[in-house]
Design a binder for this molecule. Structure first.
Ligand code: MTE
Ligand code: HPA
Ligand code: MOS
Length: 955
């Protein structure tokens, strides 16, 4: 073996090389290891893998009821569909049925009871997904419906929990509240959030000899999938191998809930002896899997004249869905973060784990932290407005400080608190005070648009709160050409973990990043791993990989000292070279030499986090190794006629200690901020009264897109500030903490609304602050303000309905019986990027509005037109087409057609939409009725000739 293809460099040339620093090690903005492959489409995800011969495709039939007792499931009709190989129910699972990650409660397939709308009942393996779906829908499912608990308040009242309430307590909050000069209390609903990873849950499995299984799966938690697949099959863990190259996003949604599809596919593969793949279509993924926990939080706070908190009580009620999943730890983390960066005085924090008949809510970036952490921000805003002070002043006043004000409500001392400095720096660099003044002036003269500004901090605890999870392993092989193969227990989900861990190993060996290859995370390579979660992927796996590298490096150093007869201190690794006193040897050559001298070039590595402990019974300890800090200043503008808003500018200062990779860290901060802002603004989950998730796809569930990012986006990492703890190269975790920077957007929106009452009242606004909710809050604020100034209140806001309650129907009936004239408005067609849905209806009278066709300028114009029709006493219906564009406050093109029908006229008008075969069958029937028919379709050509022309319509 020789490196004959490499030119031999002279010692002089090597000396030049040794004087240069490695350019791809720790602290460098090395490109994400998959970046190029991801943009070209070469990066392989599970569904891109070559399919195995004979592979089955799996589809699960989901329940269409929230709570029921199953009386019968008959899968025999499934087999009538050609192409079906197997249909299974709970009874067919060979091993254990329950796949609950911590506590039981998650049957792989429902057995006796259905506990949420969307629960998998049975699964079919067939030649393709469509066949499997058809067959699954053919099964007969019978049940007796039971009462369902669907809201967190209902569960709280009934004390319906997935596990017991828990409390953190310091001092005597009740007397602190009683003796405080001022008191405030309130309650707020915080919405959940759909993960919306681009790659839905997916697993592909292949049975092996001895009853084993190889599982390719998109999971943050290979070890747990290994355990659960083994358990449902009834085999030992060593028969099951998990392979996970990358996820198309996880965000916590694949910490536990990737296991279901993997286990279902494995059961089908095991029973048939054939490979099987289960990939959830988007709607099924959204219906079946859990989301961020919605919370209902209540608070009582006492404070002094300056606005300093003296007593604090908080009841945090998490909506856990039907089973425990990770909810115990998630509600704990909400409790741990209900102080954010502030000293709360005497405090009692109570966490409730409410059970509802909905999908089991799970980990999501921040892991409950955001739902607790937002509370002090809401409360401090209120205190500020009650005292007539700037919220930033009140925030700074309440930050953790010196002795006496530096211990949390769970008795961890806040060491190395960076927030006072960081807030001061961001206040200056974002020009907060000057812009505050400018915004006040702007708002004083702008009647419709109002701007808002907020600067909020984040302090986030790093470590799994289940202390034992804070461990990791790694495996390194160096081959004789000097190339390095690296595996670690973490998983790559886009966050750049593999890149960072490879940089750490590159730095240790002083070799170029390209020398290192990381293959799929695999339970055969590194066993007994923790999930890649709690932002700790790089902290834990980076240290484990560093440990493996150091083990090999030490062997190499000992070998060199022996071989060259020098001391160990004479051996040093530098920029792809090994220097032995005055001799320089290229790394690859040196490795060959070591091989020939029988040095082991392979090692495992291990790491566990020091210093942490937590006694949950006492609610005391040091659950977190350290805290990560951040601060964001967001400026927004809202439209008080429509409730719409935009983030104009965001300034962020975020602490990642000594960054392992600034480019990746900034990307994490940007993405997290936008995802956090999405959670609190446009991402709204809506369930109907039957517990069915209505927002089950991108048409109705709105995640932020590129145009929703701040127009002016300035992200900076804190410089020259190492982690004071001995973390890997003194870096800090980055994945989750910046998510909570998005809270500044929520506070800025409230600030804009508060401007309507001179900043002396706090808007009542639940999260997410959708345009509708912002509009309600604006109207409530305007009314309160009018009353307080002795003016007459505007009529109560009757117009916008959140649920699918069809208020327009009731309005029609009522107005009809009163003989009140009105116009029924229907959205007939939407084209391009319109926010209105066809079929949406509302009723408008001269002074009221019932229901909504989506709000915004379009609705505003339509209402004006309708009132004009009423004034002109028109009885003819009108069809109006609106082009969407700048004139309607829309940034993109599109068109909406709206039908305006006067009510209470003698001739009834029926509109039929669509000239397809249903329409063609309907028209002759309707034609015999004493009414006028309007038949509408864009496609002029599809109207049949035999129907009288008068029936045709459209635009
Ligand atoms: N970034 C991307 N691109 N995709 C993801 O799925 N998940 C987040 C965060 N950043 C995620 C992400 C979550 S929830 C966590 S806990 C961390 O990444 C996990 O990775 P880390 O521990 O390596 O930071
Ligand atoms: N964070 C994220 N995921 C987890 C945790 C945690 O603290 N504990 C268990 N899984
Ligand atoms: Mo992240 S929620 O800890 O996977």
């Amino acid at each position: 073996m020789s490196n004959h293809h490499q030119p031999t460099l002279t010692q002089e040339q090597l000396l030049q090389q040794a004087k240069q620093d490695l350019t791809t090690g720790v602290g460098r903005s090395v490109k994400h290891e998959s970046a190029a492959k991801q943009v070209t489409g070469e990066a392989v995800y599970i569904d891109d893998r070559l399919e195995f011969p004979n592979q089955l495709h799996v589809y699960a039939r989901l329940s269409d009821v929230a709570h029921a007792r199953i009386t019968n499931i008959d899968v025999s009709p499934c087999y009538d569909i050609p192409g079906v190989t197997i249909a299974i129910t709970a009874a067919d699972v060979p091993g254990q049925l329950d796949i609950g990650p911590v506590l039981p409660g998650d049957p792989l397939l429902a057995q006796d009871t259905i506990e949420f709308y969307g629960q998998p009942l049975l699964a079919v393996g067939a030649c393709d997904l469509e066949t499997a779906r058809k067959a699954a829908m053919a099964a007969i499912v019978e049940y007796e419906t039971l009462d369902a608990v669907l809201s967190v308040e209902d569960a709280l009242e009934k004390e319906f929990y997935v596990s017991e309430p828990h409390q953190h307590k310091r001092g005597d909050s009740a007397s602190a509240l009683a003796s405080a000069k001022h008191r405030l209390e309130g309650a707020v609903h915080i919405g959940g959030q759909e993960h919306f990873y681009l790659e839905t849950q997916v697993s592909s499995v292949i049975p092996t000899e001895d009853g084993g299984m190889i599982v390719y799966t998109s999971t943050q938690n290979p070890t747990e999938v290994q355990k659960l697949v083994a358990e449902v099959l009834g085999v030992s863990f060593n028969k099951v191998q998990i392979d996970m190259r990358r996820m198309g996003g996880g965000f916590g949604g694949k910490e536990t809930q990737a296991a279901g599809p993997a286990c279902i596919a494995a059961v089908i593969a095991s029973l048939t002896g054939r490979p099987a793949k289960m990939r959830l279509p988007r709607m099924e993924d959204m219906m079946m899997t859990g989301k961020r926990h919605p919370f209902f939080n209540q608070y009582q706070v006492g404070y002094d004249d300056d606005g300093r908190i003296q007593g604090y009580e908080m009841q945090l009620a998490g909506n856990c869905g039907y089973s425990p999943d990770l909810s115990n730890s998630i509600v704990d983390r909400a409790m741990f973060h209900s102080d954010n960066g502030y000293y709360l005085g005497d405090a009692t924090i109570t966490g409730y784990r409410c059970k509802t008949h909905t999908a089991s809510n799970t980990a999501y970036r921040g892991f409950g932290g955001p739902q607790g952490l937002i509370m002090p921000e809401i409360v401090l805003d209120e205190i500020a407005r009650n005292l007539g002070k700037d919220p930033l002043e009140i925030r700074k006043l309440n930050l953790y400080g010196d002795e006496g004000r530096n211990v949390t409500h769970y008795y961890q001392t806040v060491e190395d608190n960076q927030l006072p400095e960081m807030l001061a720096e961001l206040e200056a660099s974002s020009d907060y005070q000057k812009r505050r003044q400018e915004i006040r002036e702007y708002n004083a003269t702008s009647p419709i648009l109002k701007k808002g500004l907020a600067l909020t901090p984040v302090k986030f605890g790093i470590s799994f709160t289940a202390t034992f999870l804070n461990q990791a392993g790694a495996l390194i092989h160096i081959y004789t050409d000097g190339s390095i193969h690296l595996n670690h227990g973490g998983t790559e989900m886009g966050q750049g973990l593999n890149t960072k861990v490879a940089q750490i190993v590159a730095e240790e060996f002083q070799v170029d990043f390209d020398t290192i290859h990381i293959s799929a995370t695999n339970t055969d390579k590194v066993p007994n791993t923790s999930p890649t979660a709690a932002s700790s992927g790089a902290d834990l796996n980076g240290k484990a990989a560093q440990n493996a590298a150091q083990t090999i490096k030490q062997r190499l150093i000992e070998f060199a000292a022996r071989h060259y007869d020098v001391t160990e201190e004479d051996v040093c690794f530098k920029n792809n070279l090994v220097q032995i006193r005055d001799t320089l040897v290229p790394f690859a050559e040196f490795i060959q030499l070591a091989y020939f001298h029988q040095v082991s070039l392979s090692s495992t590595g291990f790491y566990r986090t020091p210093k942490i402990y937590y006694d949950r019974d006492q609610a005391r300890g040091r659950p977190f190794y350290y805290f990560a800090y951040g601060a964001a200043c967001s400026e927004v503008v809202i439209d008080t006629l429509t409730g719409e808003y935009k983030i104009l500018r965001a300034d962020i200062l975020h602490d990642v200690g000594a960054s392992l990779n600034p480019a990746i860290d900034i990307g994490q901060v940007e993405g997290a901020y936008v995802q956090g802002a999405g959670w609190l603004t446009t991402e709204e989950l809506v369930w109907n009264e039957q517990g069915r998730l209505m927002t089950s796809g991108p048409a109705s569930y709105k995640i932020p897109a590129i145009a929703d990012a701040p127009v002016d986006f300035r992200v900076k990492l804190v410089e020259n500030r190492k982690n004071q703890e001995d973390t890997v190269f003194h870096s800090k975790a980055v994945g989750e903490p910046p998510f909570m920077l998005g809270i500044s957007v929520f506070c800025a929106i409230k600030d804009a609304i508060a401007s309507l009452a001179d900043y002396r009242r706090s808007p009542q606004l639940d999260a997410p602050a959708t345009p509708e909710r912002v509009l309600w809050a604006v109207q409530a604020m305007q009314n309160q303000h009018r009353t307080s100034q002795g003016r007459q209140q505007l009529p109560p806001n009757r117009q916008v309905s959140m649920s699918m309650s069809h208020k327009w129907i009731h309005a029609l009936a009522e107005l009809d019986s009163q003989g009140t004239p009105g116009i029924l408005i229907t959205v007939i067609e939407e084209r391009g990027s319109t926010p209105r849905n066809a079929g949406a209806k509302m009723v408008v009278t001269t002074d009221a509005q019932f229901d909504t066709i989506g709000g915004g300028h379009l609705e505003y114009k339509v209402i004006k037109l309708a009132r004009q029709m009423l004034e002109d006493n028109q009885h003819e219906p009108r069809l109006e087409r609106f082009s969407l564009g700048a004139s309607l406050g829309q940034c993109c093109g599109g068109a909406t057609t709206v039908l305006l029908e006067p009510m209470g006229t003698d001739v009834k008008e029926i509109a039929v939409f669509g000239a397809g075969h249903v329409g063609q069958a309907l028209i002759p029937v309707l034609a015999s009725l004493p009414c006028r028919i309007r038949w509408i379709d864009q496609r002029e050509e599809i109207f049949p000739e035999h129907i009288p022309r008068g029936h045709k319509g459209g635009q």
